[in-house]
Every structure is written in structure tokens, then in C-alpha cells.
Design a protein around this ligand. Sequence first.
Ligand code: ZN
Length: 108
Amino acid sequence: MKRVYRAASLLEVAHARNVLITAGIACELRNQYLAGALGDLPMMETWPQLYVDDGDERFALSVLARASTGVDGTPWQCAACGEKLEPQFLQCWHCGTDRPGSAPQDAA
Ligand SMILES: [Zn+2]
């Protein structure tokens, strides 16, 4: 397993996890409940982190990079099921409908 993301905020990590899942990448969330725990660990080691299989590392990193840069900052609503979605999602995580106006990019 390779670590591809970590952040102090579980919310950020949960968003990144959703991005990976939307892209079809299996990932593992670690340290979900460790933050704030006492101990000798360096603080960043206690942050929630995302791990993916070794073979998915590069794809996962590119998906996360694209998600963090290609965002227009506007939450959107799924036309099919009405789910409200964060701007970084190109697809409805609920029903899989593509975001209106977002041409499918390299889906590799
Ligand atoms: Zn939907």
C-alpha cells in the first residue's frame, strides 16, 4: 500500500477518498480515529491518511491533483437524483451521473 494523501482535517481526507472512489480506485482510510490521541507519534503521522494499492499510486495521485486544480469552486446538484455535490466531484457519487458541462476527461 502507498500513502497518497493526508490532511489534518478528516473532512478533507474524506473528500479525497470520495474523489478516489469516484475514479474507481479502492482506497483505505487510516488514522480516522487517531487524531488527537496522546502518544509519541509526530503530529503528521496521526493525521488521517489515504492508502491505495501500489499499482494505483500514480493514478490516484493524478486524480487527486486534477481534483484539486480543476475545481471551479461551485457546488452543483445532480440533475438525475438531486444530490448536492461538492465542486471537486466530476460525477455524482450517489448515482454516477456526470457533472453537466464537464466533458469526460481521460478516463484511463
Ligand atoms: Zn445523482
